[in-house]
Design a protein around this ligand. Structure first.
Ligand code: NAD
Ligand code: WQD
Length: 378
């Protein structure tokens, strides 16, 4: 048995993909999720993919519920925590900053206090490339952070600072901060994927909804950027690679711990890793990849640039590569060829959800909508 991991936000988009891999790797998993942006339907889908329904325990709980979280740690000796749970809609965070500070910082504070009290001090935290603000790409882990323009981004930055303070005062904590760039795609089973509520804000789910006829056309936000085709550049990474990186981070931390113990050195660590591919794609390139993968045309118009958007953000993944002996390899393995594959999988996920056998409206993340179980997307 690889250990027992608490996964906060484990019924959400990235969380559910990670839980699948954890279970497949032999971990016991407890998911804590309030279901504020996901559905319990994800649990049966995870069980269908892994064939191990008993490997996952689900606790519906808001992380801000101090008594509930404390009781959870008192009842189970977790070997580590992967902390996904957060609200993540940038626009909403501009309109409701206090909600974002309350949920993302309040929930994390309760979690860290419960972990400290229980002596469980191994944490993998979901951060974001948004902490780099409008930094100049390629962005490496030591690129300057700050100058955030919304409460979501600020909540990630403040949480990173919170974790640095905790590690400074108690050097027995082992923390990996993972800064994801743009996770996209779906599990090859077609059973779990991204399914935002309402009209999607992000490019990939928006284009998928155009492809399946749910939305009429894509508006490209700006074509006057100083990029190869005038549209903005992002680093799109397959969600399964992001998920796998969490298992690598756990393994890497375990290895560091063993090495430190053998050397009689300090066992604590705080490390930052970029989870991107190291390659940027423009909006038009991503659309072209999706068109190729689906065999359909995406109707589009050019609109003004979106407020707050940066022209280009992509990762320098040298640090992940260097840690690869550890190994944290997977986030560096994607290529443009792979782009076509993951776009096909994601298009398949969206297509399956829009067939008559699906329910009309799923929830965010790995929602209630029924797909045709067993549909394989390759
Ligand atoms: P998601 O919304 O699909 O999953 C988050 C889950 O957390 C949801 O299931 C939600 O119900 C739960 N949750 C939120 N607040 C909670 C609380 N207070 N208590 C308990 N559960 C709570 O989002 P995702 O895309 O899977 O993102 C996971 C993490 O990765 C988030 O921290 C997000 O900020 C970060 N991230 C995501 C992206 C992305 O593009 N998806 C990029 C960078 C970072
Ligand atoms: C990608 C590109 C848009 C929609 C988000 C979060 C950020 C972080 C990373 C979580 C941009 C363009 C989009 C559309 C378009 N996530 N676009 N038409 O901008 O990198 O940011 O992911 O931590 O916090 O905000 O991703 O998918 O929204 O946009 O032209 O309808 O697609 O302008 O250039 P982004 P995105």
């Amino acid at each position: 048995m690889a250990g027992h991991v608490l996964v906060t936000g484990g019924t959400g988009y990235i969380g559910s993909h990670t839980v699948v891999l954890l279970v497949e790797a032999g971990y016991r998993v407890t998911i804590v999720d309030s279901l504020c942006n996901s559905s319990a339907g994800a649990l049966s889908r995870i069980a269908a993919i892994t064939g191990k329904p008993d490997a996952v325990t689900f606790v519906q709980l808001d992380l801000r519920d101090r008594a509930g979280v404390t009781a959870l740690f008192a009842a189970t000796p977790f070997d580590g925590v992967i902390h996904f749970a957060a609200l993540k809609a940038v626009g909403e965070s501009r309109a409701k900053p206090l909600l974002y500070y309350d949920n993302n910082l309040g929930g994390t504070l309760v979690l860290l206090q419960a972990m400290a009290d229980a002596g469980c001090k191994t944490l993998v935290f979901s951060s974001s490339c948004t902490v780099y603000g409008d930094g100049v790409p390629p962005l490496s882990e030591d690129s300057p952070t700050g100058l955030t323009t919304n409460a979501y981004a600020s909540s990630k930055l403040i949480t990173e600072q919170m974790l640095a303070d905790v590690c400074r005062c108690d050097p027995t904590w082992r923390v990996c901060i993972l800064r994801y760039f743009n996770p996209v795609g779906a599990h090859p089973s077609g059973l779990i994927g991204e399914d935002p509520r309402g009209v999607p804000n992000c490019l990939m789910p928006y284009v998928l909804q155009v492809l399946v006829g749910r939305l009429e056309k894509l508006t490209v936000f700006g074509k006057d950027y100083a990029t190869r085709d005038g549209t903005a550049i992002r680093d799109y990474i397959h969600v399964v690679d992001v998920a796998r990186g969490h298992l690598d981070a756990l393994a890497w931390m375990r290895k560091q711990l063993e090495a430190a113990k053998a050397a009689g050195g300090a066992t604590g660590l705080l490390e930052y890793f970029n989870f991107g591919t190291g390659t940027g794609s423009t909006v038009l390139e991503l659309v072209a990849a999706l068109e190729k993968a689906s065999g359909k045309k995406v109707p589009m118009v050019i609109g003004p640039a979106r407020a707050g958007d940066v022209p280009a953000a992509y990762a320098n993944i040298e640090k992940v590569r260097r840690a690869s002996a550890a190994p944290l390899t997977h986030s560096g393995e994607l290529t443009h060829t792979h782009t076509t594959v993951f776009c096909r999988r994601a298009a398949c996920w969206a297509g399956a959800r829009s067939t008559p056998s699906t329910t009309a409206r799923g929830t965010h993340g790995t929602g209630r909508a029924k797909t045709r179980a067993g549909t394989r997307c390759r």
